[in-house]
Design a protein around this ligand. Structure first.
Ligand SMILES: NC(=O)c1ccc[n+]([C@@H]2O[C@H](COP(=O)([O-])OP(=O)(O)OC[C@H]3O[C@@H](n4cnc5c(N)ncnc54)[C@H](O)[C@@H]3O)[C@@H](O)[C@H]2O)c1
Length: 344
């Protein structure tokens, strides 16, 4: 690959995207990093404040479904690598408005693929950031990249549909795609609709952590800097046409997660921890767990390095130090009444 690369990150203002963009901009002053994002409700302008004036960073506010805009970007820029993260990501919301998920997650991917494939300057990598949720849940099976995918909600169904589009470009044209499927990613700057920041925000407001249902739901949690390292490694060493699971052994039951956060934030004795939990009705079907094997990524040399103890301490500290970060976005009244979702 060229030494002087131009990298397009879609969804670069979101949680994972902003960490990826910051890392690329800081590590590679000789590269050009372009962020295409429509600044949906889940982003804050503050996430990229530290790099927005850098010479090697360009922000384009726009919709990934806008084919004129996306074609124009590929006509005027020599894009070498695409990290496609732009998506609607909130599982609960996907039940309420599946069509908007289909539009952004599927049509947006189709528009981006077509523009990238037709570009005069041929990209060398198209990295599609997918999710473990495409496997559907399991308690027994540990999924590897060849396991069948069985998405169970509109969010994961649209991510899976987009994966098929991405793979068709490899099958049809040998277009150099790579797909990643990662566990739950957490860390500073994640929007308050996702499980860890929501619990933290509720506790900061002296509210209880609301837990959906009584099923033994658990999630595997990967710290965001480890995820970014994996994306960068896949760009450098990943084999085109391949799928890479990006997983961690850190499996935490959602109830235990809430209890740990209560202890850390409220500093109460063990006997009072459960007083800060509230159980609310669940939706009819929830995936219990997404165990995945990441052998292919390990063979490239990646391991999650940040322990759960370290990652969650850092995250709790960040939300403690930045209580106003999401205030402009989230109506506190709504946080109080909305039940917690556990899927992401
Ligand atoms: N967070 C996780 O645990 C996790 C795990 C696995 C995979 N993923 C995937 O990683 C990607 C990023 O996730 P995230 O957690 O950072 O989500 P996020 O919701 O924080 O960010 C999504 C970004 O996409 C942008 N976006 C939405 N619609 C757009 C559109 N039409 N045009 C341009 N930009 C648009 C948003 O403005 C936002 O910046 C997603 O594709 C998600 O499916 C996330």
């Amino acid at each position: 690959m060229d030494l002087n690369r131009t990298i397009l990150v879609t969804g670069g203002s979101g949680f994972i995207g902003s960490h990826l963009v910051c890392s690329l901009v800081n590590r590679h002053p000789e590269w050009r990093i372009i962020n295409l994002d429509n600044l949906d409700y889940c982003c804050s302008s503050r996430s990229l404040q530290s790099i927005e004036d850098r010479n090697n960073y360009t922000f384009i506010r726009g919709d990934v479904c806008n084919s004129r805009l996306v074609n124009h970007i590929f006509k005027t820029e020599n894009i070498d690598v695409i990290f496609h993260l732009a998506a609607k990501t909130h599982v609960e919301a996907s039940f309420e408005s599946p069509s908007s998920f289909q539009r952004v997650n599927v049509d947006g991917t189709r528009v981006l693929l077509a523009a990238a494939h037709q570009a005069r300057h041929q990209p060398q990598r198209f990295i599609y950031v997918s999710t473990d949720e495409v496997y559907g849940g399991s308690l027994e099976e540990v999924f590897d990249e060849s396991s069948p995918i069985r998405p169970t909600n509109p969010y994961s169904a649209t991510k899976a549909a987009a994966e098929y589009l991405v793979r068709s470009y490899w099958d049809q044209y040998q277009f150099p795609i790579i797909i990643t499927r990662s566990n739950n990613i957490y860390g500073p700057r994640q929007f308050t609709e996702k499980v860890i920041p929501r619990f933290l925000t509720l506790l900061q407001m002296n509210k209880k952590c609301t837990i959906q249902g009584t099923l033994p739901v658990s999630r595997h949690f990967l710290f965001v800097t480890d995820a970014v390292k994996a994306f960068l490694l896949v760009m450098e060493k990943g084999t085109v046409g391949e799928i890479y699971n990006m997983g961690t052994s850190c499996e935490i039951p959602i109830i235990q997660l809430a209890q740990e956060l209560v202890k850390m934030v409220k500093n109460v004795p063990d006997s009072e921890v459960n007083d800060w939990l509230e159980f609310v009705p669940d939706r009819p079907r929830v995936d219990l767990c997404y165990p995945i094997k990441s052998k292919k990524l390990h063979q490239l040399g990646w391991r999650a390095e940040v322990s759960w103890a370290e990652g969650i301490r850092h995250t709790v500290q960040w939300y403690h130090d930045n209580p106003d970060f999401w205030l402009e976005k989230e109506d506190p009244q709504q946080i109080r009444s909305k039940p917690e979702k556990c899927n992401q």
